[in-house]
Design a binder for this molecule. Structure first.
Ligand code: ATP
Length: 497
């Protein structure tokens, strides 16, 4: 992760927000290359999920909505994470990410140890238990740790569990619910009547506009409403770079189906098509897996939720949630707004509230997954036959921020420069391209490898003196072929879609 974070900063993919003021935790900016990559993710998704399908329409709803929306959705009452305070350090922890274990020696509890969630939580707790026993010079046989999180701590245990901030017990509070919605006030008055929220998900926009789309969009079941947009959550512990931030972007679909439809089949089809889509933009299928939420942990209205997981460097984590939500959301809005959220069934001549399957994914999490999967360092032959190390981002041409770099072999030959500039201008109409004339050609290739540019077109003397062809160098194989303009445009049309 450290290597990736530093590459992101060095090459202008991602910056800490407001860095000149010391940064603000949980907020990020996308630099010139990051903005391109992110836009490509959104564009691929919109093309594949909305434009290329007959059954999905796209909308864009406002970030601040009527506060009653969030009452109907359950967010005002229940969009909470369990929070634990450390009274000594003033730090806050998510209770379900703070783990502890009793230290048991010869079947007797002699103290407690704690650790924050990581890839090695159990090992860290075991090491802490051994250290505790050593420090207190306790003789006897240490039992293996029993890992629990703070939401499972008994009242009498809380005072005995050390704070991860200080290492000492006595300062942690019992978990309490913390609502993650950002509040604001709409209008000049800042009293209770003007309270509103930055949306914590884009989904409610689709539900709130369901009637408007049905009445105007000529849609027929099954159909989906899709949206891409920012969402905000006051996460207690933003972490793992852009994986969990406080301002992020979601791409969500509410796919409405008949109340009697086979929801399990539809749910399965969505899981498969979301996975296929991730592979189509370059994520290796081998790093994806599925996690089915256990029945007992589902909300009462939920029929089933499956997460597509990705193996990040910090562990296997949720990338895309696909939830079968029944008719809960529309019914809630019907109840609170008084406006029927029904659709007319031509076959049975009956009106009913449709059910919904909701695939919901974070753009930033896809961004990070793509970088993690694409990053490689390898030894390659240099121009002189020696070995050099190169960093390469093996990004799919669909999402790569720059598709082609155009390089004149030498910058002090006006004919080469003019020809390269002409090609660059032509390509620029349709694609993100980069022009680079400075430095040795090998070094210029390396610079493009590092930002994931799939192809470099080098204009040399043969280009101007012979048939106009140039050298096209492919990033991953580093193979070089001579091709002409028409072939390059054909290649781009095939690979960048
Ligand atoms: P988590 O359990 O990781 O907090 P969640 O189950 O609360 O996620 P959902 O409410 O299902 O997430 O949101 C849908 C998607 O939005 C997630 O699969 C994820 O890709 C993205 N997402 C959610 N929270 C964040 C966040 N804080 N930062 C970045 N992306 C997020």
């Amino acid at each position: 992760m450290e290597t990736l974070v530093s590459l992101c900063k060095r090459r202008g993919f991602i910056f800490q927000s407001s860095e000149i003021y010391g940064g603000i935790n949980g907020f990020f900016d996308y630099g010139p290359l990051g903005a391109e990559l992110k836009r490509n993710i959104r564009d691929c998704w919109w093309s594949d999920m909305v434009r290329r399908r007959d059954d999905i329409v796209g909308i864009e709803t406002s970030i601040i909505m009527h506060p009653r929306v969030w009452e109907a959705s359950g967010h005002v009452a229940g969009f909470t994470d369990p929070l634990v305070d450390c009274k000594a350090s003033k730090q806050r922890f998510r209770a379900d990410q703070l783990f502890f274990s009793p230290v048991v020696v010869d079947a007797r509890t002699v103290g407690y140890v704690s650790a924050l969630e990581s890839e090695r939580t159990a090992e860290e707790l075991q090491e802490a238990a051994e250290a505790f026993k050593r420090k207190k010079s306790i003789q006897g046989k240490l039992a293996p740790v029993r890992v629990r999180d703070m939401t499972e701590a008994l009242a009498e245990e809380i005072a005995l569990i050390p704070s991860p901030a200080t290492g000492e017990p006595g300062s942690l509070t019992a978990p309490r619910s913390f609502n993650m919605m950002f509040q604001t006030n709409v209008g000049a008055l800042t009293d209770a009547s003007s309270v509103s929220y930055l949306r914590p998900e884009t989904a409610q926009g689709m539900f709130a506009d369901f009637k408007a789309v049905v009445d105007t969009g000529r849609v027929k079941l099954p159909f989906g409403i899709a949206q891409i947009g920012k969402a905000f959550r006051n996460e207690i512990t933003p972490r793992n770079f852009i994986f969990r931030s406080r301002e992020f972007e979601q791409m969500e679909i509410e796919y409405f189906i008949h109340e009697d439809a086979d929801w399990a089949k539809c749910h399965r089809e969505w899981i498969d098509s979301c996975k296929d889509w991730l592979v189509s933009i370059g994520l290796p299928a081998g790093r994806l897996s599925e996690y089915n939420h256990p029945k007992e942990k589902l909300a009462f209205y939920s029929k089933g939720t499956t997460d597509i997981m990705f193996r990040y460097p910090f562990g296997v984590q949720e990338l895309w949630g696909i939830a079968a939500r029944g008719d809960y959301d529309l019914k809630q809005h019907e109840k609170l707004s008084g406006v029927p959220q029904v659709i007319f069934d031509e076959a049975t001549k009956k009106k009913f509230v449709p059910h919904v399957i909701e695939p919901s994914v974070g753009v930033d999490r896809i961004f990070l997954a793509l970088l993690c999967a694409a990053y490689a360092e390898e030894d390659v032959k240099d121009d002189k036959g020696g070995v050099e190390r190169r960093t390469v981002l093996r990004l799919s041409p669909r999402v790569a921020p720059v598709k082609v770099a155009v390089l004149p072999l030498l910058k002090n030959k006006p004919e080469l420069v003019a020809r390269a500039q002409a090609l660059y201008r032509k390509l620029k109409h349709g694609y993100a391209v980069f022009y680079d004339e400075s430095g040795a050609i090998g070094r210029r290739y390396r610079r493009q490898d590092e930002i994931g540019t799939p192809w470099c077109a080098t204009i040399d003397f043969d280009t101007i003196e012979k048939d106009g062809t140039f050298t096209l160098r492919e990033r991953d194989s580093m193979a070089q072929v001579r091709i002409g303009e028409a072939e390059l445009f054909a290649l781009l049309a095939e690979k960048v879609y």
